[in-house]
Design a protein around this ligand. Structure first.
Ligand code: NDP
Length: 271
């Protein structure tokens, strides 16, 4: 469950908390947030949402800003995130995007946080193949408790990573976390191709929706986790039901025509 912009509008707060709680009660575990989101407002909201749950029901992910990537700043930022989240540890802590701080320094800070039990694992976000290669050369990054995840933009209209990055992450044993898998509910969801495929599928909730097809498409990739943001229980329920959908070869072909896969290397797209 993504949480960007959650907590920004006070009027939406109760329904956003209800959506996250609904997800946790219906089989979802991962919640993604970041110190950047609303200057901590998202983390504070997530803290409130998860408070009634046993801590091990939630796999909590947060991210440190590149401007806090120096060793001591990472330690401080993490403690501040933990305070806002009302918890004593993160399950996964990510560098939000690359900074000018040497990777080895940030990795050293992640290792110190792991040694102190404040984070259980660490990873990165918005890293392209060359960034991942540079990271792999940092001592410790390839170890069993080294880099675990790369959170990147992956959605029907952003397929550039299919050229190389998805496979490179898989080969390294790194989980890809697909952010904005619904394309932020902009162009993708009005696509005639998506609507036509949705009309052919059903879930336990009834006829499938374009959003569910977009999610099923991302989730067809092995080793890829999708983190859609749903601000209402209705959207959360719909997104969970997307797990029931398996797209056929004909569906995938139709989607390839509407959203062509890359024919050459493209720089990593970011939002
Ligand atoms: P998404 O692609 O998840 O789209 C979110 C939008 O989709 C919201 O407007 C939401 O509306 C709508 N929506 C959700 N479910 C449905 C549905 N079933 N039917 C129709 N509309 C739906 O965009 P995000 O950018 O939020 O990406 C997801 C998460 O990824 C973020 O929240 C954040 O946690 C992470 N992220 C990470 C980045 C990084 O740099 N590492 C960058 C961007 C995002 P509503 O709110 O009304 O439910």
């Amino acid at each position: 469950m993504g949480t960007w912009a959650m907590g920004d509008a006070p009027a939406k707060r109760p329904q956003e908390i209800a959506a996250l709680r609904y997800g946790l009660e219906h089989g979802l575990h991962v919640i993604d947030t970041a110190e950047m989101y609303g200057n901590g407002r998202s983390e504070t909201l997530v803290g409130e949402a998860i408070a009634p749950f046993a801590r091990d029901r939630v796999f909590l992910v947060s991210k440190v800003l590149p401007s806090h990537a120096a060793h001591d700043d990472v330690l401080k930022a993490c403690r501040q995130s933990l305070a806002r989240l009302g918890t004593d540890h993160l399950d996964l802590y990510l560098l939000h995007w690359r900074s000018s701080v040497p990777l080895a320094e940030t990795v050293g800070a992640f290792e110190a946080l792991m040694a102190d039990g404040l984070i259980r694992s660490w990873g990165v976000s918005n890293f392209d193949v060359d960034d991942m290669e540079e990271l792999a050369a940092v001592p410790g990054a390839q170890a069993a408790n080294g880099v675990q995840a790369n959170q990147i933009l992956y959605a029907l209209e952003y397929r550039g990573t299919e050229w190389d990055l998805l496979e490179a992450d898989r080969a390294q044993g790194v989980v890809t976390m697909a952010y904005s898998p619904l394309g932020q509910a902009k162009r993708i969801l009005t696509s005639p191709a998506l609507k036509a495929i949705a009309a052919k599928h059903h879930t336990s909730l009834g006829p499938a929706t374009p959003a569910q097809i977009a999610l099923a498409w991302v989730l067809r990739q092995p080793g890829v986790l999708a983190i859609p943001k749903a601000g209402t229980v209705a959207h959360e329920r719909e997104n969970i039901a997307a797990l029931e959908i398996t797209l056929s070869a004909a569906d995938l072909l139709a989607l390839d025509r509407a959203f062509p896969p890359p024919l050459r290397k493209r720089p990593l797209a970011c939002i």
